[in-house]
Design a protein around this ligand. Structure first.
Ligand code: AMP
Length: 216
């Protein structure tokens, strides 16, 4: 199965992608995670991306197109993949269609997770990341913990730079202006499933699975 998980920053794409990846046995590919790793390792791409990401802007399309080309060419993507955070612009979507065409993949599905903007802002304010493994947690779930439940790092929880109030505003603006057209791009091709992202993680996950089941 070849899936694009689509939706506004903070809508829960990462959480749902991890659950789907376990259930379907295909990799979760988060371009945000790939970039954050590059920043941590101070690679050439990481150095270029760091400032752009902390402003909440988009890393240039040509960089992202190359990153995704390399990543989905890896052997673990043989049975499919779940993309989280790509494509994020019309140019990326057009380049991605071309790549899928070259690879003979014709069953791409875009799952559009929706939620109201005030709920999204609330969710982003209430999340924390582990600075060692990058895992995202809901503040409520870790408030009495000192160790990361994912990698056991001590006192590693922090509010991501791009989750601070001013940057969130810009990320939502960028989503509405530049990323939303990606939804229309795949809608025109009849490849979209929309799922209401309000509700618990488990409820949203059930909705996604049943939407995928009814499609196959
Ligand atoms: P995310 O973790 O998906 O919210 O991504 C964090 C940041 O990484 C975004 O705000 C962008 O600056 C950058 N980024 C991730 N994916 C892309 C992409 N497909 N195109 C451009 N920038 C991206």
């Amino acid at each position: 199965m070849h899936i694009i998980l689509f939706g506004s920053p903070g809508v829960g794409k990462g959480t749902q992608a991890k659950l789907l990846s376990t259930k379907l046995g295909i990799p979760h590919i988060s371009t945000g995670d790939i970039l954050r790793q590059a920043v941590k390792e101070q690679t050439a791409i990481g150095k270029k991306a760091n400032e752009i990401m902390s402003r909440g802007d988009l890393v240039p399309d040509d960089v992202m197109i190359e990153i995704i080309k390399e990543r989905i060419g890896k052997s673990d993507c043989g049975k499919g993949f779940i993309l989280d955070g790509y494509p994020r612009s019309d140019i990326q979507a057009i380049a991605f269609d071309k790549l899928l065409n070259q690879l003979g993949i014709n069953n791409i599905i875009l799952i559009n997770i929706t939620a109201k903007e005030d709920e999204i802002i609330k969710r982003i304010n209430n999340r924390r990341a582990c600075k060692v493994c990058g895992h995202i947690f809901i503040l409520e779930d870790i408030k009495n913990l000192t160790k990361c439940p994912n990698c056991s790092a001590e006192k590693s929880f922090y509010l991501r730079d791009d989750d601070t109030k001013g940057v969130i505003k810009n990320r939502l603006k960028v989503f509405n202006l530049t990323t939303k057209p990606v939804f229309e791009h795949y809608k025109k091709q009849g490849k979209v499933i929309s799922v209401n992202g309000m509700g618990t993680v488990e409820e949203v996950n059930r909705k996604i699975i049943s939407a995928l089941d009814s499609r196959s």
